[in-house]
Every structure is written in C-alpha cells, then in structure tokens.
Design a protein around this ligand. Sequence first.
Ligand SMILES: Cc1cc2nc3c(=O)[nH]c(=O)nc-3n(C[C@H](O)[C@H](O)[C@H](O)COP(=O)(O)O)c2cc1C
Length: 196
Amino acid sequence: MSARKDLGVIPAVFPMPVLMIGTYDESGTVDVMNAAWGQICEMDRVLVCLSPEHKTTANIRSLKAFTVGIADLPHMKEADFFGIATGNRMKDKFARTGFTAVRSAFVNAPVVEEFPVTMECRLLEQVDTEHLKDVFVGQIVNVTAREEVLDSKGEIDAGKLQALIYDPFRKDYYVTGDRVGRAWGEGKPLMRSREE
Ligand SMILES: Cc1cc2nc3c(=O)[nH]c(=O)nc-3n(C[C@H](O)[C@H](O)[C@H](O)COP(=O)(O)O)c2cc1C
C-alpha cells in the first residue's frame, strides 16, 4: 500500500458537474452561467450554490425560475465562457456565443438549444442561514432532452452525452466516458455469504 499525504482543506468531491444555469432578467435578457457547485438533492429537486454578486443570482431572486443544462464537449468553449464573463458587465454575454435560447414551456427561464439535457425549475427555496447563502433549490418541473442523446426507449443514454466534468483539484475539464457497470448490481456478489 502506498503512503498517504494530508492535503488540508480542499473540495475533494470528484467528479463535479458542469451545469449551465439559464435565467432571464427583468427586461427579458438571457443569461447563462457555469456552476460546478450543484447537485440533485431529491428525485425532483436540484440545488445550486451561487455567489451573491452574480447576475444569475439576482435573476433567480427576482424571477424565481431557472434552467439547469448539462454542458457537453462540443460546447466546451461557450460553457467555459459562461463561467468567465458576467452579464452584469457584458450586456451581450449570451448573444455573443451565437447560441439559441427558447422560453421554457413550464417556467419563466430560457432553455439553451445547444445543451443536450436541461432541467426546467421553479425556485422552491432560497437557503439563507448562518453558513449557507444563495443556495437555490429548484423544483424540477420538466426535463427536456435533444433526441440524439436518447436511446430506443426514449431514455437519456449517458453514453451519448459527452458531458463535461469539472475537476476542482487542478481546475480542468474531463468528459464522461465508458459505462463500466450496473449500479445496485456490481456489489451483489458480496451480499452472499462465503459458504454459498
Ligand atoms: C468551471 C466553473 C465553475 C463555476 N462554478 C460556480 C458555482 O458553482 N457557483 C458560483 O457562484 N460561480 C461559479 N462559477 C463562476 C461563475 O460562473 C462566473 O462568476 C460567471 O461570470 C457568473 O455569471 P453571471 O454574473 O452572468 O451570472 C464557476 C465558473 C467556472 C469556470
């Protein structure tokens, strides 16, 4: 067994997602930001941890809706740009990507056509406690997916997604790859007693 080393306090969850948070401001301008600090917290809920100064944060506070798209490899340049530029200062932030946004049929937030899978969410709760601020919990009211990432049964085939992964250690992007096993399945042999 190799030796271990203490690395101190670092966010050591890997992989982290690369989520595209889509919002409108009060004048109807589209904004999209990159968020890796986000996760599913119930079957129909997603949470994102946002900094207070972002345009997106103000947009969610005022319109109480947002979309959460999965960024994919073909759109990495734009996905990263959405995490560098701010709609507070760059008025044409979304427009300069050349992407297309359509209003969600379910919530007052934009769906970006280019991203393969998008959750359409109404704001369920804004967590504001001593230790957590601007954690937004979205109720997923619909998921929209591009047909090319669906399998023959109409379900999302993760093997087709080419989803980006955020690496918090070295600030790199990875891409999802091969399916290697079945969840709630691969461990079953260890459930049997040794005598069997
Ligand atoms: C890979 C990556 C992940 C990020 N994750 C988050 C995050 O989870 N929460 C956050 O507040 N900002 C995050 N950011 C920073 C915002 O995306 C960035 O500040 C952006 O400019 C905000 O845009 P807006 O002001 O138009 O909303 C991330 C940036 C990158 C590049």
